[in-house]
Design a protein around this ligand. Structure first.
Ligand SMILES: NC(=O)c1ccc[n+]([C@@H]2O[C@H](COP(=O)([O-])OP(=O)(O)OC[C@H]3O[C@@H](n4cnc5c(N)ncnc54)[C@H](O)[C@@H]3O)[C@@H](O)[C@H]2O)c1
Ligand SMILES: O=c1ccn([C@@H]2O[C@H](COP(=O)(O)OP(=O)(O)O[C@H]3OC[C@@H](O)[C@H](O)[C@H]3O)[C@@H](O)[C@H]2O)c(=O)[nH]1
Length: 389
């Protein structure tokens, strides 16, 4: 008997094949989640997005072994009546759709708020009304700034984890003033979290909320002028990759003193996979998903990426590898920043037994190898091309 092929959940129960409506499946996280689900499970994915470039390799050709388990539905959830039908015929909805690049939060605050709150409302409503499970992607930005950041610079309490570790069930959400439109995204994400939580409490919605802490890896965002707009500003991994590919100094916003913890996308996807297949352990929970061991300042990140890129490309670093730039110059009026982000891991450890594995050095090595292989030639050609007059 082929019992070895029956996959079981964390409690030893066989896992039934699910139909998953994945909204935002064509993005960075969605593309990795689709890859995982196609390669390692028998689940079916109804992949919803306005773009599919990052999952093309999973959709074509028809001879792929999972061809009958993934369908792409090109639709904008803002205004498409097909959405409810897709949610209705699925067992689970995973909502990843969002505007989630900081350069947009203060320059396109209305689009940011609509995308992260208003556009998510029908998704929550359809799940609640049709008794469908929802895994909703929120963000570590809902924590905002740490309590410690308000202490005097020389206060010894700044070293006390109670003042900076971010815990799902006890940490407050601390945002800047309304003029600091950077927080439009965090505030919209916070409100949709509260709405989902209330749907759970009042109407029995089965939900899980994910708070990603800077997941990075291949296919994140775009390289300006190559597979995205020349003037576009992606998240830091793609900004620094772009600088390295073009042999330009990496720009450190306000001195690069902000701190982040980075987790490898492939580790983080393992956590989402566990949530999908262990509803009894994941429902009703909010999970931090990050790597507390991979903390660096943005300046240290720039230095590390410069070294790793020199190794993987075989090119020497340029003479001035970084330059300082003010946040006003880089992002415009209304930018503000999270000072430090270390996730508490108690809840995800206890519920799902998940721990990240990959060190920052190792994840940068594989990611920058991908960036070099994917973009170096295209960047070289774009630089060589004479500019049209
Ligand atoms: N990557 C991270 O580290 C990180 C950190 C915190 C939170 N998140 C959250 O995780 C989710 C996914 O992030 P990502 O990094 O994959 O971003 P992404 O931008 O790569 O993916 C989002 C996808 O949603 C799609 N989308 C947006 N609006 C849509 C609409 N109206 N209709 C249909 N599709 C739409 C986009 O086309 C895109 O493909 C987001 O909700 C984001 O806020 C990500
Ligand atoms: O070229 C750059 C780009 C970015 N930065 C800095 O690098 C840090 C990280 O910037 P990112 O673009 O990755 O974005 P942040 O970490 O601030 O926010 C992200 O966090 C979680 C998610 O919800 C979102 O994907 C995004 O809001 C910030 O301090 C930013 O100011 C630079 O110093 N130089």
């Amino acid at each position: 008997m082929a019992t070895s092929s029956v996959r079981v959940d964390l409690d030893g129960n066989p896992i039934k094949p699910l139909t998953i409506c994945m909204i935002g499946a064509g993005g960075f996280i969605g593309s990795h989640l689709c890859e995982k689900l196609m390669a390692e499970t028998q689940h079916t994915v109804l992949a919803v997005d306005v773009y599919n470039d990052k999952i093309k390799h999973l959709l074509e050709p028809d001879s792929l072994p999972w061809a009958n388990r993934i369908q792409f539905h090109r639709l904008n959830i803002k205004n498409d009546s097909r959405l409810e039908g897709l949610i209705k015929c699925s067992d689970l909805t995973v909502n990843l759709a969002a505007i989630c690049t900081p350069a947009d939060y203060n320059t396109r605050p209305l689009d940011t708020i609509y995308s992260n709150f208003i556009d998510a409302l029908p998704v929550v409503k359809y799940c609640s009304e049709n008794n469908k499970r929802l895994i909703h992607f929120s963000t570590c930005e809902v924590y905002g700034k740490t309590i410690g950041s308000f202490l005097p610079q020389d206060s010894p309490l700044r070293q006390d984890p109670a003042y900076y570790i971010l815990k799902e069930d006890t940490s407050p959400c601390i945002f800047g003033s309304i003029e600091k439109q950077r927080w439009s995204y965090a505030c919209a994400k916070q409100l949709i979290e509260r709405l989902i939580y209330a749907e759970g409490a009042e109407n029995g919605l089965e939900f899980t909320i994910v708070r990603p802490f800077n997941w990075i890896g291949p296919r994140m965002d775009f390289i300006p002028g190559i597979d995205g707009p020349s003037e576009g500003v992606p998240r830091v991994l793609a900004c620094f990759s772009n600088n390295l590919l073009r042999r330009e100094p990496l720009k450190l916003v306000d001195g690069g003193k902000s701190q982040r913890t980075f987790v490898y996308i492939k580790d983080a996807i393992e956590a989402v996979h566990l949530m999908i297949e262990n509803p009894a352990r994941a429902n009703g929970h909010i999970f931090n998903v990050g790597n507390p061991n991979n903390e660096v300042t943005v300046r240290q990140l720039a230095e590390m990426m410069t070294k790793v890129y020199a190794n993987v490309s075989g090119e020497d670093s340029i003479e001035t590898p970084t330059i300082d730039v003010s946040s006003k110059e880089f992002y415009g009026e209304g930018y503000d920043d999270s000072d430090k982000r270390i996730p508490d891991m108690t809840i995800i450890n206890k519920q799902l037994g998940w721990d990240p594995k990959t060190s920052l050095w190792d994840l940068l090595e594989s990611t920058l190898t991908y960036q070099h292989r994917t973009y170096a030639e295209a960047v070289r050609q774009s630089i060589a091309k004479p500019v049209a007059t």
